[in-house]
Write a protein that binds this ligand. Structure first.
Ligand SMILES: Cc1cc2nc3c(=O)[nH]c(=O)nc-3n(C[C@H](O)[C@H](O)[C@H](O)COP(=O)(O)O)c2cc1C
Ligand code: SF4
Length: 604
């Protein structure tokens, strides 16, 4: 990897860059996509490229640098020919990822987070890569490798030392399993591409909206907003264009169901998006695919092309005059916050993924300030199914307030991790039985921002009436320290806070420091009280859901597993920043005064 000053922009590099910009229609809103490609080509984003892009896109250099520095997969400085990122979710850790990363660092003579002196390689941890059912996992130059073992790590280190191009690495390294363990309504569907659209065309936009409302379908991205209402609001909103956005950012640790849907049901996802386009009157859609799923880009583009060839995308879909719609895929670049819909829209517009102030909501002021329907991958699939099978029939599945089925991503301490589809209303215990979990201490439902369910609550049900979920289901048996689980989640939030608002930026970092302090044996009861105070500040002052839920993992594990914290506390009400008694010892000796009351009191 050449340092920037040696990366002279010779004619061939400049031509490549100019062609790249032209391929993106010299459109600054495509900046993130352009920077991703620059990074893939050069290994980082070199200064001369920034200057050239600023000139060609007519934007200030500072904008490019600010976008480049926001996303963790983009680098403004050389970061190694091979950039290795070990997935650092708690489930990866439980499978030994820390020791594997240490092994690779030793074999390549490298410290985590540093670039080797010869510029060959860097090794760092990264947030959950969405491979929890087949961890431990890593990304090398954006490509996922799963089921790591010491043997495999050794082989990878050798391939890197030999500078073997990634395309010549054993192909089975990059194999990703779907691990579908239980299928239902969605995963068993036998719909052919176009089946739903043919039915939808006979209904028209208004009736589609009514059908989705009647089905009582609620969004599968976590918040559970009624999909029919969202589509109706978008349809009725004034704007020069309407947009459809599929949220495939899937960054919540422990969630990987969208990965499987995009692999196995891509046609249904695109069919659902096209159905939405018909309902809201849109000509343009985007699939925002998380950077960790870069390997899916070409297969998904092939599905889109096939749909264009079969007149299921493009102009006059299925011969219907005026029904024009197409879909672009945008890749993220390693920022969990871009899953939040308004941050996602900012990112789609080629900016830093900072959440917007809401209202106005995306349905009226979304992409390019135009009406935009943003839905989760699974929501689009469920909407297509509901329309095809009939709203009333769909509504009869699941529970009254949570209709239809839900994909659950099961990982952690169980014999059969993978994807399970259940009608809503399934109990935590039923899932534990089916996935082969024994001696279970707790389940984290819906990721770090969700709920930690202890054994006494295993009868609780998944659904908006009881435990809402975007799909993550991480199982912990009685050998696990739930304090360490919460500490991993807190580190995740501190790393992923976008830094826009002070309470979240500082608060998540303070929370992380407090948990680290407790882990190091320096925590006190005072720290536990402070966490509760911090939670109230974050709840009341955070700009978006990340900050509001950042204390959840600690509060929930404290509720069920307080001894896991208390065992680590010093028995003082506060923790001195230095050893007071030790510092006073000499003075006490010299003066001969050693009053008992002048010592720090240990609590009994
Ligand atoms: C920090 C944060 C991260 C989020 N990540 C995702 C995500 O990865 N996928 C998703 O569909 N929704 C995510 N959401 C929810 C979205 O903002 C939005 O509610 C959702 O995409 C709407 O789709 P739905 O109605 O189909 O659920 C996230 C929300 C927050 C606050
Ligand atoms: S709450 Fe956190 S993640 Fe959300 S906008 Fe504020 S700083 Fe960013």
């Amino acid at each position: 990897m050449l340092p920037d000053n040696e990366l002279r922009f010779d004619a061939s590099r400049q031509i490549w860059l100019d062609q790249l910009v032209a391929r993106h229609q010299t459109d600054a809103s495509r900046l993130l996509q352009i920077l991703r490609e620059v990074q893939e080509y050069f290994g980082h984003i070199p200064q001369p490229a920034i200057s050239r892009l600023a000139e060609k896109l007519s934007i200030p250099r500072v904008r490019i640098e600010s976008v480049g520095s926001f996303y963790s997969f983009l680098h403004l400085k050389p970061h190694g020919e091979y950039r290795v990122l070990f997935s650092d979710n708690i489930t990866d850790r439980m499978l030994g990822s820390e020791a594997l990363m240490q092994q690779m660092c030793q074999q390549l003579w490298l410290q985590p987070g540093k670039v080797s002196e010869d510029g060959l390689v860097s090794i760092s941890p990264t947030s959950c890569t969405g491979m929890c059912d087949q961890g431990p996992a890593l990304l090398v130059n954006g490509r996922a490798i799963t089921r790591l073992t010491h043997q495999r790590v050794q082989e990878i280190a050798q391939l890197i030392r030999n500078r073997t191009p990634l395309n010549n690495w054993p192909s089975d390294f990059f194999h990703v399993d779907d691990n579908i363990r239980r299928s239902g309504l969605l995963l068993d569907n036998t719909l052919a591409p176009g089946d739903v659209l043919r039915k939808a065309l006979s209904l028209g936009g208004q009736k589609i909206v009514e059908a989705v409302k009647t089905s009582a379908l609620r969004g599968r991205g976590g918040a559970g907003f009624p999909t029919g209402l969202k589509w109706e609001a978008c349809r009725n909103a004034q704007g020069s264009e309407h947009y459809v956005v599929c949220n495939a950012d899937e960054g919540e640790p422990g969630t990987f169901k969208d990965r499987v849907l995009l692999t196995r049901q891509a046609d249904l996802v695109f069919e659902g998006m096209t159905l939405c386009a018909l309902a809201v009157g849109s000509k343009k859609g985007f699939l925002y695919l998380r950077g960790e799923y870069r390997y899916m880009l070409e297969p998904l583009q092939a599905v889109l092309q096939r749909r264009r060839d079969n007149n299921l995308l493009g102009a006059k879909i299925l011969g219907q005059s005026g029904f024009d719609f197409d879909i672009d895929i945008h890749l993220g670049a390693g920022a969990y916050i871009c899953g939040e819909e308004s941050a996602l829209i900012e990112s789609l517009e080629g900016k830093r993924g900072v959440p917007r102030s809401r209202p106005p909501f995306p349905v009226t002021h979304g992409y390019m300030q135009q009406p935009t329907a943003v839905d989760n991958v699974e929501t689009f699939c469920q909407a297509a199914l509901a329309l095809h099978m009939g709203a009333e029939k769909y509504r009869a599945i699941g529970t009254e307030k949570s209709t239809g089925s839900k994909l659950i991503s099961v990982s952690g301490d169980c014999a059969y991790p993978g994807i399970y589809e259940y009608p809503f209303g399934v109990s935590v215990r039923e899932i534990l039985q089916e996935c082969g979990a024994v001696n279970t201490r707790a389940v984290q439902v819906s990721g770090p921002s969700g709920v930690c369910v202890g054994e006494s609550e295993f009868g609780r049900k998944l659904g908006f009436e009881d435990i809402p979920t975007a799909g993550a289901f991480m199982v912990f048996d009685d050998s696990r320290d739930m304090f360490e689980v919460a500490r991993n989640y807190v580190h995740f939030f501190a790393h992923e806070s976008c830094g826009f608002c002070t309470p979240c930026r500082v608060g998540t970092s303070m929370l992380k420091q407090t948990m680290d302090k407790i882990a190091a044996g320096h925590g006190t009861k005072y720290d536990l009280n402070e966490i509760e105070n911090l939670d109230s500040v974050l709840q009341n002052t955070s700009h978006c859901g990340l900050g509001r839920t950042a204390c959840n993992p600690v509060l929930h594990t404290l509720k069920h597993f307080r001894p896991a914290y208390e065992n680590k506390l010093k028995s003082l009400m506060f923790s001195p920043a230095f050893d007071l008694d030790g510092s006073l010892a000499r003075a006490r000796q010299m003066t001969g005064r050693d009053d008992a009351g002048a010592h720090l009191k240990e609590e009994i």
